[in-house]
Design a protein around this ligand. Structure first.
Ligand code: FAD
Ligand code: NAD
Length: 471
């Protein structure tokens, strides 16, 4: 190859971590190249994750609501039919609009976009197998690895994305399966389980642990969520492990048993969704060529400045430490470019919100009660139910509550947990409060518009240091 021009920054991966870093670097006047092999920008999140799942969650909720929740509202509807192909098309429209939008932002910010698969040929040289054929070499003064993650496979169950599926199959089924077993009651299992349950599948969630929601969810909230989702028609088998499956017949037969050993049982399913977590993806990157290693979980090891042991190579997003969330990747992407360009950058890992987009939504930020208890800090709790909130009442959408955990001595907020309508939007206020080191009294003495769901948030804060007015 001919001598390649050296770029200020080369980014491997055009997911949220990679594309945000690329745009930020462009804005900072750096000469930047982003290499992505998928064919479109936006990574897991835009193509097969956050965006398509939320499109299906929204429209399946609407469908379910029209089927079951209009009479009491004074709306008589006639024949309601699902048009799954159109629902999928509208999801695809959201995805392509956003991925093309990122491509536009690349152009706007002077980012060079190379479609192809990157691997390290040297510490500064990256070989790219171009999607359109042929190869090229890119040289970077600085390099960011942002190659993301992939679904963790379940040993013995081969993914075909038709009958044994990951989330990628779950956003693209062409008919509603009669029955679906979800292995893993974490966020993906509950979001995608909700979608197909609303559309008519008999969904059973098999979870190894005694609680649903995955890591981080407050136990009290998790219990409430399970109860509500059960009422919506999802079955749960907690403390249960899947031993294996037989896919030879018309129905898939899954053998399960109590996690601590016990009676075995066989579950029949038309489709099995494997949702037991995701793992960092660094395959084919040629890390061995430059002596970089991953830890026991497959994560690239970095310091606070996102540097590997080769200081010009940094890592952000799902392929390194921390929660696998798009907005975490985005924060890191901005910070890493600031580290490179300015020598400082910051991410507050203690104030990254989590949201499960079921109905009602579950959202939280900071520590859950189990964690606070374990830390030994003296704490107090304020809760407020949406059944006592005027707006939730007018909306006939009153399930759930706000739970605020504060330091018993100082009122400083330690964690906020919401299950309820619009919890995902409301948690932004909680995150800001936590970020600013607010006390619950700061929130309790802030005027919140009436009638809004956010008043439940204010009243939960009041309940930590005094009493809520409406409950
Ligand atoms: P990715 O998005 O995985 O991007 C990495 C990119 O790198 C990929 O496009 C890949 O093709 C590319 N790549 C890899 N290796 C190479 C190579 N050698 N050469 C070139 N390119 C390469 N998070 C939320 O915050 N909110 C949500 O609602 C949410 N919903 C989700 C729903 C689902 C079904 C899933 C699966 C995930 C969801 N997530 C959500 C998680 C979110 O998608 C990830 O945290 C986010 O995508 C991480 O971004 P990333 O850039 O680190 O990795
Ligand atoms: P997760 O870690 O949230 O949940 C996995 C669940 O599977 C856990 O409850 C775990 O106990 C269970 N499990 C593990 N092995 C099992 C086994 N053998 N049998 C039965 N249960 C088992 O992972 P996920 O739901 O697959 O999601 C992957 C990642 O994607 C997460 O990091 C998540 O945060 C992210 N994501 C986020 C969103 C969102 O922000 N709304 C949506 C989807 C995915």
């Amino acid at each position: 190859a001919t001598e390649a021009e050296e770029k200020d920054l080369v980014i491997i991966g055009g997911g949220v971590a990679g594309y945000v870093a690329a745009i930020k670097a462009g804005q900072e006047g750096m000469k930047v190249t982003c290499i992505e092999k998928r064919g479109t920008l936006g990574g897991t999140c835009l193509n097969v994750g956050c965006i398509p799942s939320k499109a299906l969650l929204n429209n399946s909720h609407l469908y379910h609501q029209i089927l079951h929740d209009t009479k009491a509202r004074g709306i008589d509807v006639g024949d309601v039919k699902l048009n799954l192909a159109q629902m999928m098309k509208s999801k695809d429209t959201a995805v392509s609009g956003l991925t093309k939008g990122v491509e536009f932002l690349f152009k706007k910010n002077g980012v060079e976009y190379i479609k192809g698969t990157a691997s390290f040929a040297g510490e500064h040289e990256i070989k790219v197998n171009l999607t359109e054929g042929g190869e090229t070499t890119v040289v970077g003064k600085n390099i960011i690895i942002a190659t993301g993650s992939e679904a963790t496979p379940f040993p013995g169950l081969e993914i075909d994305e038709k009958r044994i599926i990951t989330s990628t199959g779950a956003i693209a089924l062409d008919k509603v399966p009669e029955s679906m077993v979800v292995i893993g009651g974490g966020i993906i299992g509950l979001e995608m389980g909700s979608v197909w349950s609303r559309l008519g599948s008999k969904v059973t969630v098999v979870e190894f642990l005694p609680q649903i929601g995955g890591p981080g969810m407050d136990a009290e909230v998790s219990k409430a969520a399970q109860k509500i989702l059960k009422k919506q028609g999802i079955d749960f088998k907690l403390n249960t492990k899947v031993l294996g499956g037989d896919t030879s017949g018309e129905k898939i037969k899954l053998e399960v048993e109590a996690a601590k050993g016990g009676k075995k049982e066989t579950l029949d399913a038309d489709v099995v969704l494997v949702a037991i977590g995701r793992r960092p993806y660094t395959a084919g990157l040629g890390l061995e060529n430059i002596g970089l290693e991953t830890d026991e979980k497959g994560r690239l090891v970095i310091d606070q400045e996102f540097r590997t042991k080769l200081p010009h190579i940094r890592v952000v997003g799902d392929c390194t430490f921390g929660p696998m969330l798009a907005h975490k990747a985005e924060e890191e992407a901005v910070a890493v470019v600031e580290w490179i360009k300015k020598g400082y950058g910051h991410v507050n890992y203690g104030a990254i919100p989590s949201v499960m987009y079921t109905h009602p939504e579950v959202a939280w930020v900071g520590q859950n009660e189990q964690e606070v208890k374990a830390s030994g800090v003296e704490y107090k709790i304020g809760t407020f139910p949406f059944s006592a909130n005027s707006r939730a009442k007018t909306n006939l959408d009153t399930e759930g509550f706000v739970k605020m955990i504060a330091d018993a001595k100082t009122d400083r907020i330690l964690g906020i947990h919401i299950i309820g309508p619009n919890a995902g939007e409301m948690i932004a206020e909680g995150t800001l409060a936590l970020e600013y080191g607010a006390a619950t009294e700061d929130i309790g003495r802030t005027s919140h518009a009436h009638p809004t769901l956010a008043e439940a948030f204010k009243e939960a804060a009041m309940a930590t240091y005094g009493k809520a007015i409406h409950f």
